[in-house]
Design a protein around this ligand. Structure first.
Ligand code: BTN
Length: 257
């Protein structure tokens, strides 16, 4: 069944996030459409949502499996000031985790920096693409994919590592309810994050990565260590075997536990 946009709109409690929605039954990637929209001065908070993506993409050039009518694939166009740009990669997974919990009662955790996990399997992925103009942000494209009613077993490429709300609940869930809850939560967190450390702390408390021995690949080399903590910018503090520490920025790394 196609997404009922009216049902999403009636649940929205936002000032700007999702107040304009561009809906497509099929597209290459919502990131591409959102980029065009942003270049044409679409307002901050515009959401591009698609039923299906023919070339859905993830971080590090990976593909994002995007079958039709099952899941949520959308990109949020944001125009934050430069100093708030990095908070998007904290807010987005947290909004997904909180919205999933509100709608389903299932608790979700975050794999640093921004994968959302249920029972250690990936439920949602986030891809943030940014366009800068000098020292200011022209726009940021916050792409969010959530496996909602996906039969994971049918997608051999992710069957062993991914999950969906349906798989966890044992029955289908409302994509409309989840999308509205997610957009509502995103706006609340975006506004709250501007005022203090509360959002960072909530994100930190959901990180499944902390305390784990991990291997990170960044800047062309691999580091092993203990994921000790995150700093005020959301960087991961890795404690190496020799006792030294290194701060690792999100976006630069692939991480294996
Ligand atoms: C990842 O985990 O690697 C990030 C996955 C991001 C997927 C979303 S789906 C909506 C948007 N459009 C895309 O092509 N990608 C993002």
């Amino acid at each position: 069944m196609w997404l009922d946009l009216r049902a999403v709109e009636t649940r929205l409690e936002t000032q700007f996030v999702g107040q304009r929605m561009v809906y497509l039954t099929s597209t290459s990637s919502t990131q591409d459409v959102a980029r065009d929209e942003a270049e044409k001065d679409a307002p901050s908070g515009t959401v591009v949502v698609a039923e299906e993506q023919l070339s859905g993409r993830g971080r590090f050039g990976r593909a994002w499996v995007s079958p039709s009518g099952k899941n949520l694939y959308f990109t949020l166009i944001m125009r934050p000031p430069l100093q708030r740009l990095r908070s998007l990669s904290i807010i987005a997974p947290l909004a997904v985790a909180v919205a999933v919990e509100k709608c389903t009662g299932i608790s979700a955790r975050i794999k640093w920096p921004n994968d959302v996990l249920i029972n250690e399997r990936k439920l949602s992925g986030i891809l943030i693409e940014t366009e800068l103009s000098g020292q200011s942000v022209k726009y940021a494209l916050v792409g969010i994919g959530v496996n909602v009613n996906f039969e994971i077993e049918e997608a051999s490429e992710v069957a062993d590592i991914a999950t969906s709300v349906k798989r966890e609940l044992g029955h289908e869930a409302s994509r409309e309810e989840l999308l509205a809850a997610l957009l509502n939560q995103f706006e609340v967190l975006y506004e709250t994050a501007a005022r203090g450390r509360e959002v960072l702390q909530e994100w930190r408390s959901r990180l499944a990565t902390l305390g784990c021995q991990i291997k990170v690949t960044f800047g062309g080399h691999v580091e092993d260590g203990l994921a000790e903590d995150v700093d005020a910018d959301g960087n991961l503090i890795l404690l190496r075997a020799d006792g030294s520490r290194v701060a690792i920025e999100a976006g630069e790394v692939t991480l294996r536990s």
